[in-house]
Design a protein around this ligand. Structure first.
Ligand SMILES: NC(=O)c1ccc[n+]([C@@H]2O[C@H](COP(=O)([O-])OP(=O)(O)OC[C@H]3O[C@@H](n4cnc5c(N)ncnc54)[C@H](OP(=O)(O)O)[C@@H]3O)[C@@H](O)[C@H]2O)c1
Length: 208
């Protein structure tokens, strides 16, 4: 698969490394040409601009902070038309009572991205766990996916299984806010030293 990666930070590297190992053809785009070149060299990929990455990918990972995401995606909207755009972002900031969503009460980050690039096929994925998890511990993890385009969802399912993880269909893009809120909750528990998995029963016990 041709993959464009917009951003050259921790998530770009963690996911890109797994996808490069799976044999995908990757272009890394960054605002800093040196950072794009360095990450591309580590992945065995090619480097370019954000626009180069967007124009390359059948699937395009948008791996930017939420605060920067919408302007960048809007500037790439034409190039992203018809492509699967993977939104791994968490619109999370520290709040008085713990981590909070900057999108609370409004559209999800994924919906805002879809609005910024209306002809792209946005899929929410990979936002719940840390970059280090995707790099080292993805095997057997379920990855919630929210999206509306069947073809885009198929591409992202492939990219999930390439990491040894398991796609978990979590509904349309209107469900993405729940996955973002889940990330705010579980990351808050992890940061506080707890284990959010202890909240959940075994599946055979879940219905009582
Ligand atoms: N890290 C995690 O464990 C993790 C886990 C789940 C989800 N996420 C989400 O994944 C997304 C990426 O996170 P990350 O950890 O990979 O971030 P990161 O390591 O800080 O990398 C962010 C990338 O975005 C670029 N960038 C930052 N501000 C920008 C701006 N104003 N305009 C254009 N480019 C800009 C950075 O470029 P420069 O290097 O030039 O600043 C860098 O390439 C975030 O939305 C985050 O919430 C992260």
């Amino acid at each position: 698969m041709r993959i464009g990666i917009v951003g050259a930070g921790a998530m770009a590297e963690a996911l890109g490394t797994g996808w490069a190992k799976a044999g995908h053809d990757i272009v890394v785009g960054a605002r800093d040409a040196g950072k794009a070149t360095d990450l591309a060299a580590r992945l065995g990929a090619r480097a370019g601009t954000f626009a180069d990455a967007a124009a390359h990918g059948d699937a395009v990972l948008a791996a930017l902070p939420h605060a920067a995401m919408l302007d960048v995606v809007a500037s790439l909207a034409d190039a992203l038309a018809g492509r699967a755009v993977i939104d791994c972002s968490n619109p999370i900031v520290p709040g008085p009572g713990g981590l909070m969503l900057t999108t609370d009460g409004g559209p999800s980050a994924a919906r805002l991205i879809a609005d910024a690039a209306p002809d792209a096929h946005v899929v929410k994925a990979f936002n719940v766990c840390a970059a280090e998890v995707w790099a080292r511990y993805a095997d057997g993890l379920a990855v919630p996916l929210c999206g509306e385009d069947a073809g885009a969802l198929d591409l992202v399912r492939t990219l999930v299984t390439d990491l040894g993880a398991i796609p978990l269909d979590a509904g349309g893009l209107d469900r993405a806010g729940y996955v973002e809120a889940t990330a705010a909750f579980v990351i808050g528990v992890w940061f506080a030293g707890g284990d959010p998995r202890t909240v959940l029963p075994l599946v055979e016990h879940a219905r009582g």
